[in-house]
Design a protein around this ligand. Structure first.
Ligand code: GLV
Ligand code: GLV
Length: 323
């Protein structure tokens, strides 16, 4: 079996795969160009790719033998799923194993922006800190505040549990509402997206990115937030109209934002880096060694399953297996 891995993964993962397949992977640690991707795919049975690789119909058609695309991510908006299904190619992702790490990151951003950790660090390093002062770098209250969860999937629920440790009130919006008993059991309340945006002190986004959630948070939603509220995004950048967010942060419609993802990574909306009330992380949600290893092992197991004519554990285009 021949596998193309588009960029080197943790050693344990590469070793596991290399024992079981003929692996091609660029020696250089950088993303492949489209031409390199298409050339590299020739004659391969499987592709292990990243969220930064755009896998569309043209890429798939470059190799009619391709049987499986294992995305090294939980999100799969980088892949044309319909095109893969039409060609009988299995697409898999890596859910569950990155839930805790991603929720930890969302929580870290929430704390960092509200307690102004990065601004404080910059001040101390600059040598400009003149000592304790009653009104210096006053931040937001976290304990007891209201958290608005936009999306209550695995990562949204993990964020909920972290917030409950801080006695936060939790309001959630989700495509499907939970049963009343489950809401009561979890101690959370449902609200429309409008209610969540209007009443939460912190809003954290945990929905999957689809055409329907493109710019879910635009100017109207940002203007409806409390002036003291914060917005956290560890999902996908294009959930938010980033240019509108820059205006919201600059003009004080909201107090701040903590971002791990951007609309056009690694490019940022103009003006974003000039603002002090935003903490900017470079898409680190799943960036712990254990998580990245587990994601890799999961992707490799998916590829091996397809090669063994078995159904992998985490298929995205499940329809392929239900005919
Ligand atoms: C990361 O963004 C992922 O989707 O895994
Ligand atoms: C992602 O949204 C997940 O539910 O893991």
């Amino acid at each position: 079996m021949k596998v193309l891995v588009t960029r080197r993964l943790p050693e344990r993962v590469m070793a596991y795969l290399e024992e079981r397949a003929d692996v091609t992977c660029a020696a250089e640690d950088r993303g492949l160009t489209r031409e390199e991707l298409i050339a590299g795919l020739q004659g391969k049975d499987a592709l292990l790719c990243l969220l930064t690789d755009k896998i569309d119909a043209e890429v798939m058609d470059a190799n009619p033998y391709l049987r499986v695309i294992a995305n090294y991510a939980v999100g799969y908006n980088n892949i044309d799923i319909e095109a893969a299904t039409a060609r009988g190619i299995t697409v898999t992702n890596t859910p569950d194993v990155l839930t805790a790490a991603t929720a930890d990151m969302a929580w870290a951003l929430l704390m960092a922006v509200s307690r102004r950790i990065v601004e404080g660090d910059t001040l101390v390093r600059s040598g400009g800190w003149t000592g304790w002062a009653p009104l210096q770098l006053i931040g937001g209250d976290v304990t007891g505040a209201t958290l608005g969860l936009v999306g209550l999937g695995r990562i949204g629920r993990a964020m909920m549990r972290r917030a409950q440790g801080f006695d936060m009130d939790i309001l959630y919006w989700n495509r499907t509402r939970l049963a009343a008993e489950e809401e009561a059991e979890l101690g959370i309340r449902y609200g429309t997206l409008e209610e969540v945006m209007r009443t939460a002190d912190y809003v954290s986004i945990h929905v999957a990115y689809t055409e329907q959630t493109h710019h879910l948070i635009g100017e109207r939603e940002l203007r409806s937030m409390k002036p003291g509220a914060y917005l956290i995004n560890t999902a996908r950048g294009a959930h938010i109209d980033e240019a509108a967010l820059v205006r919201a942060l600059r003009e004080g419609w909201i107090a701040g934002a903590g971002l791990d993802v951007y609309e056009r990574e690694p490019e940022l909306a103009s003006g974003l880096t000039k603002l002090e009330n935003v903490v900017l992380a470079p898409h680190l949600g799943s960036a712990t060694l254990q998580t990245r290893e587990e994601m890799g092992m999961m992707a490799v197991r998916s590829i091996l399953a397809v090669m063994d004519e078995e159904r992998p554990d985490h298929v995205v285009n499940t329809g392929l297996y239900e005919q």
